[in-house]
Ligand binder design. Structure first.
Ligand code: ATP
Ligand code: MG
Length: 168
């Protein structure tokens, strides 16, 4: 079986990584859909699709799971969003999500949806990781080591701090 798991992964953090580990017990292959793929260089979406592909690929390099990271651009039309996803992704049998809208759209399209448990959600949340990056806090322990390397290589901390400022 092949699964599908979508997120913005801004950045890919240890909560996502735990979800993937859990899913790996149920599927042979997993597509990671990189949502809002066209967005980058904002406080909410600091990293490019390419950087997020690197975070995911390098974090999962030692995993037995066959994974594909597929950028998915936003579509301002929920009624055909599942077709949009399917048009960009390797075919999949089951979609994993906890997001109510995503669950609704896949279910209406006849795709099986499974939910995964939340891991340490009080700190393992993209918003918390980005806040710590902006404020100079300890974000590194919330992400896989490979993600720290990608962010350092791309000047990601300086970037998110700068784009979080306003002019004047
Ligand atoms: P943001 O604050 O930017 O929304 P996020 O942590 O919610 O960050 P997403 O990219 O939106 O990250 O997450 C993709 C999916 O992963 C979501 O459906 C979310 O429910 C799930 N997820 C995120 N963090 C965890 C976690 N700690 N445990 C389990 N699932 C998680
Ligand atoms: Mg979220």
């Amino acid at each position: 079986t092949r699964g599908f798991y979508i997120g913005r992964f801004q950045p890919y953090h240890n909560g996502h990584h735990s979800v993937v580990e859990t899913i790996s017990e149920e599927v042979d292959e997993l597509v990671l859909g990189i949502g809002s793929a066209g967005n980058s260089h904002t406080r909410h979406d600091p990293f490019t699709a390419g950087e997020r592909i690197m975070m995911i690929t390098k974090s999962l390099v030692d995993s037995d799971l066959v994974t594909y990271a597929v950028p998915i651009e936003d579509l301002d039309r929920n009624s055909v969003w599942v077709s949009h996803v399917q048009s960009m992704s390797p075919e999949f049998d089951v979609a994993y999500s906890n997001n109510p809208l995503v669950i609704q759209l896949f279910t209406e399209a006849g795709v099986e949806v499974r939910q995964s448990p939340m891991f340490n959600r009080d700190v393992l949340e993209g918003t918390e990781v980005r806040d710590r990056m902006v404020e100079g806090g300890d974000w590194e322990k919330l992400v896989p080591e490979a993600v720290t390397e990608v962010i350092e290589e791309s000047g990601g901390i300086e970037r998110i701090q700068r784009v979080s400022q306003t002019d004047s």
